[in-house]
Each structure stands twice: as structure tokens, then as C-alpha cells.
Design a binder for this molecule. Structure first.
Ligand SMILES: [Zn+2]
Length: 370
């Protein structure tokens, strides 16, 4: 049995993390339970596999990152309403909410992993996944009062999510990228990507939150993998490593920000570099400040950008992202962000490699250090 756990990296170097940024509490939410089986394969029930993976994941975090408090929404086969799961996370002031699920599809050939952040679905496939997961509320009494008339099976109900202002969307997407990256590269799963859809369980959380579909129980081959103890450990350890990377990326950012006292004003090097230079050298890491994200393309001269010039449009997964500034110097971009934040308070730094791929910030920082 081969498990890709990486215990070598010590977290003690992060002891000076600004409290404001520290990831101290994570809520692990095993989907479904009790009378709600979730999706089913030939033998496996989603509620059982989700619980097994969740408990393994929690144990990895407890054993290897003792400064993080792990809270489970359930540790046994019980039914927990969706809004109560979010309540548990909110009440405990969790810094991250991870909901673990397994996928199902009429097409038994479908397989692979998907990690979701809250948002409006961009494809009917994403909507179907959300419908399936949200139909868990049909097991709840008074669901129509509790969820303000939301009908999990009606596409119209999902329109409310188009008005969604999710403060934590970008962090949630960043975390989801780490998870899918681990699934793909270490657990050797087929990553179907980072996606967005309207999940009720994520809706009411007040922190970055993701929902993982760790594979299809309706695919007999994948069902066997997910039912096996090895398979569950692969999945759990991949999520564990993603959590660790996410934690480090958040906390490392705060350290960098604290270290910098340089006062940079207008700097030509913050203007976009030519894209040909970027594409010629894969190893060049470029830092940019993301100020907006949209499912539709927005003109870079739109009023939306409040007169800022040099806005760049960048397509990632199913979203258009809008960035300003471009430099390979991380300290400079951190400093520039302070100016941008005055107009776009939710702005944050992203890293792009020479092939125009969005890469996790901690990886980018490691690369630039070497
Ligand atoms: Zn589910």
C-alpha cells in the first residue's frame, strides 16, 4: 500500500502567523447519513463512503497538524439537516468547511473527481450535481419553510444564486484547486476540475467552503476503488495534503505581507509583461492582482473597473478573471495590492506560470525562492 503523505514539512516555521489569517478550525462534513443514503452504487452507499473518508481525513489532520481543531458534522450514521451542517461551522467560527460527497450518474461510464465552490452553475451537468445533493432536504421536515420555498428539483429555484455575493468565493476556489491538483497528481484520479454550483450546504456558511465529489459510485470500477480501504486512504490523504497546502498558502501570504515595509508607488514594472515572453519561458512566475471574476466576459474599459487602465482578462476553468498589475516580484505585488485594495477591497494576489496556468500561490513562492 502506497500512501502519499508528506510529514516532512514542519509547520513550526509558521508560528508567527498573524492571528487574523491563521487556519485554526476546520469543519469536515460527511455528506448525507441516517435515512438519507445519498447516491448508491451496486453495493456502496454514499453516506458510508463519505463518512469513512471524512474520518480518515480528520485523523490525518489531527495527527499531523495538531494546532488545527477538527470538528465533524457527524461521526456516525445519523441524519443532519443541511442548514444545521452550516450552523455547526458558523457556530465554531471555522476557517474552512469541507463537505465530502460521492457522485452518481445515469451514465455508469462517468468517473473522476470534482470539487465545487458555491456559485451559479455554468453547465447543466453542474446543475444536476447540485440538484442531487440539495434533494437531501426532502428528508427534512418543513424544508420548504426552512429554505424559503427552495425546490431542489426546480431549475428556477437556482436563479437566486445568480445574485450571490460570496466574499469567500476566491479562497474557496483556491482551496478547490489544491484538492483537484492532489487528486490528479498524487491520488492519480481523473480530475474533472474545479466547478461552481448552488449547493445549499455551502450557501449558509460564513467561511471559505468546498464540496468534494470524490468519485462516481455509479461507475463499478470507481465504486470498487472507493469501497476499498486503500482507495479511501488515497482520497483522504489527497484532501489532507490539499488542506495543508491551502493552510500554508493563506498563512504564508500574511507573513510576506508583514515582512514588507518598502514603499512602492508608480512602478513601470507593474505594467503587464508581453505575453510572448511569458509563453517562451514556462518557469517565469508572474504575480497579478485579481479584482473580479465573472461568468460572462466584461469589457476591460467598462465602468466596472472604475477607470483603472491595464486590466487584463484571463479565463480560468469556467470563469473570466480580471487582473491588474503584473510582476515577477512578489514583494512589489503585495505593496501594489495595498493601493488596489482601496478601490477593490476583496482584491487578492494570484500566480500564473509561463504557460498561462493559474498555480497555487505557495507553489509559486517556492519556485521563485529557488
Ligand atoms: Zn452527496
Amino acid at each position: 500500500m502506497l500512501i502519499f503523505l508528506n510529514f516532512c514539512i514542519t509547520l513550526s516555521s509558521y508560528s508567527q502567523v498573524d492571528e487574523k489569517y491563521a487556519i485554526k478550525t476546520v469543519v469536515i462534513d460527511a455528506g448525507h447519513g441516517g435515512q438519507d443514503d445519498g447516491t448508491s452504487g451496486r453495493k456502496a452507499k454514499e453516506k458510508d463512503i463519505a463518512l469513512a473518508i471524512s474520518l480518515k481525513l480528520g485523523t490525518y489532520i489531527e495527527e499531523n497538524i495538531p494546532d488545527v481543531k477538527v470538528i465533524y458534522t457527524r461521526t456516525t450514521d445519523v441524519f443532519i439537516p443541511l442548514n444545521e451542517r452550516a450552523n455547526i461551522a458558523n457556530k465554531n467560527k471555522a476557517n474552512l468547511f469541507i463537505s465530502v460527497h460521492l457522485n452518481g450518474n445515469k451514465n455508469t461510464k462517468a468517473y473522476g473527481t470534482e470539487t465545487y465552490a458555491m456559485g451559479l452553475h455554468k453547465t447543466s451537468g453542474n446543475l444536476e450535481v447540485a440538484k442531487l445533493e440539495n434533494s437531501a432536504i426532502l428528508f427534512e421536515e418543513d424544508y420548504s419553510t426552512k429554505y424559503e420555498g427552495f425546490d431542489p428539483n426546480s431549475a428556477e429555484s437556482y436563479i437566486i444564486f445568480s445574485y450571490l455575493q460570496n466574499t469567500f468565493l476566491e479562497q474557496s476556489l483556491n482551496c478547490a484547486v489544491f484538492v483537484e491538483e492532489e487528486f490528479k497528481t498524487k491520488a492519480l484520479r481523473k480530475s474533472r476540475g474545479v466547478k461552481q454550483a448552488g449547493f445549499l450546504v455551502l450557501w449558509q456558511t460564513t467561511m471559505p467552503s468546498i464540496l468534494i465529489e470524490a468519485g462516481f459510485l455509479t461507475n463499478p470500477h470507481e465504486e470498487r476503488f472507493l469501497m476499498s480501504s486503500d482507495g479511501q486512504e488515497y482520497i483522504a490523504s489527497a484532501i489532507y495534503r490539499a488542506f495543508k497546502s491551502y493552510k500554508m498558502s493563506i498563512e504564508e501570504k500574511s507573513q510576506f505581507a508583514a515582512k514588507i515595509d518598502a514603499n512602492i508607488q508608480d512602478d513601470d514594472s507593474l505594467l503587464p509583461e508581453s505575453s510572448t515572453t511569458l509563453n517562451e519561458n514556462f518557469n517565469i512566475i508572474t504575480f497579478k492582482i485579481q479584482i473580479a471574476s465573472s461568468s460572462n466576459s466584461i469589457s476591460t474599459s467598462s465602468d466596472f473597473f472604475k477607470g483603472f487602465k491595464n486590466i487584463e482578462e484571463y479565463k480560468f476553468d469556467e470563469n473570466f478573471k480580471y487582473t491588474i498589475g503584473s510582476t515577477s516580484n512578489f514583494e512589489k505585488i503585495v505593496e501594489y495590492k495595498k493601493t488596489i485594495e482601496e478601490t477593490f477591497p476583496d482584491a487578492f494576489i494570484i500566480a500564473i506560470d509561463g504557460m498561462s496556468n493559474l498555480i497555487p500561490l505557495n507553489k509559486a513562492l517556492n519556485k521563485t525562492k529557488n
